[in-house]
Design a protein around this ligand. Structure first.
Ligand SMILES: NC(=O)c1ccc[n+]([C@@H]2O[C@H](COP(=O)([O-])OP(=O)(O)OC[C@H]3O[C@@H](n4cnc5c(N)ncnc54)[C@H](OP(=O)(O)O)[C@@H]3O)[C@@H](O)[C@H]2O)c1
Length: 323
């Protein structure tokens, strides 16, 4: 089969569509003919050697796919050849065929294209778990979502709004601000033109929850914005791993600082989270209230161009590779 292979050095990885060894499903696994594969920031880091796959996972890039079941491994029940599915993978998605644990498969609703289905698992499950399980967001609260036009950000804005929260989001350009507002943010701040913390303090005093993928560079401002019993959920370090923390605010406001990754969770946990997300919000995808927002697609052989677009922060929504 063919897959994307990372060549070149760590600073300048080169992604090539090459022949690699075939993969086969083991017990409890299925083999998929991949139709589309979502691109994630983690893939960029992995290509640079700084985010190795978990033990036992494929070292091929790719954390989510839409595909057709081609083969059932031993002990797989409840699935048939030819079904169209999407899934989170520990790795191996940038390929003609991918092995996937049957437990984490999701049937794709007929309304979704292959591209939409491949763009769903990572961004939406990340947004769901961090808003509602880690962040304990409830109706009537307010939430600030950084990188609002990212794949995760646009999913989080829509889920938070659907849950009855007031949604603030940041983004780095006028075009992205407009996408963020269309997705349902009540207030959007171009952080390159205005200080986001000043703007939110002026409008609302503060927020109950912050979903943050910037990390160090925003730590002090994030903490200063949280209301009593506020939560900061950190899911990324785009702005660095070190920051200054005013512990007196953490103490006196009884704040919580939470770190979270999806990839390190077990497949049982991935399956549970997908079920929880779809049972609470699944019907809203079918009515069109929730939309999987696609920035662009690239033929998989052009994965390098897709990575360059993401690395330059040009995408608003998900980038997807097609086969
Ligand atoms: N922990 C987890 O389980 C988990 C799972 C999935 C994703 N993530 C993280 O969530 C984030 C979003 O992922 P994604 O795949 O959806 O990303 P994405 O679509 O590539 O979007 C990331 C956006 O972040 C903004 N950004 C980049 N550097 C920044 C900086 N230094 N300061 C402020 N904003 C910056 C850029 O938008 P602007 O032009 O608006 O600046 C960029 O387009 C990433 O950090 C990713 O690693 C974490």
């Amino acid at each position: 089969m063919k897959a994307i292979v990372v060549e070149g050095d760590r600073r300048n990885p080169v992604l090539r569509w090459r022949e690699v060894a075939d993969v086969r499903p083991g017990p409890g696994e299925v083999l998929l003919d991949v139709r589309a594969a979502g691109v994630n920031r983690a893939d960029l880091l992995q290509a640079r050697g700084s985010y190795p796959p978990p033990a036992g996972a494929s070292d091929i890039l790719g954390l989510e796919v839409c595909g057709i079941i081609r083969e059932l491994g031993p002990e797989v029940k409840g699935w048939e050849l030819g079904e169209r599915v999407c899934a989170l993978l520990p790795g191996g998605g940038y390929a003609e065929r991918a092995v996937c644990d049957a437990e984490v498969l999701m049937r794709v609703p007929p309304q979704w294209s292959d591209v939409e289905a491949a763009a769903f698992p990572e961004a939406w499950i990340t947004a769901y778990v961090n808003l509602f399980e880690e962040g304990a967001l409830v109706e009537g609260e307010s939430v600030l979502i950084h990188a609002g036009a990212s794949g995760v950000g646009l999913a989080a804005i829509q889920l938070a709004r659907a849950a009855g929260a007031t949604v603030y989001a940041t983004a780095g350009s006028a075009e992205k601000i407009s996408v963020v507002l269309q997705a349902g943010a009540h207030h959007a701040i171009n952080y390159r033109e205005q200080n986001f913390a000043d703007q939110i303090r002026k409008n609302a005093g503060g927020v109950d929850l912050i979903l943050d993928c910037v990390g160090g560079a925003y730590l002090a401002q994030n903490i200063s914005l949280l209301k009593r019993l506020g939560r900061l959920v950190n899911i990324g370090l785009l702005g660095g791993r070190r920051g200054e923390l005013e512990l007196d605010l953490v103490l006196s406001r009884r704040l919580r600082i939470i770190g979270s990754t999806l990839r390190s969770r077990s497949r049982q946990e991935h399956a549970r989270l997908a079920r929880a997300l779809l049972s609470r919000f699944g019907s809203l995808f079918l009515t069109g209230q929730l939309r999987i927002i696609i920035d662009s697609t690239f033929p998989i052989a052009e994965a390098q161009k897709a990575h360059e677009r993401m690395a330059q922060n040009l995408n608003a929504g998900k980038i997807v590779l097609t086969l």
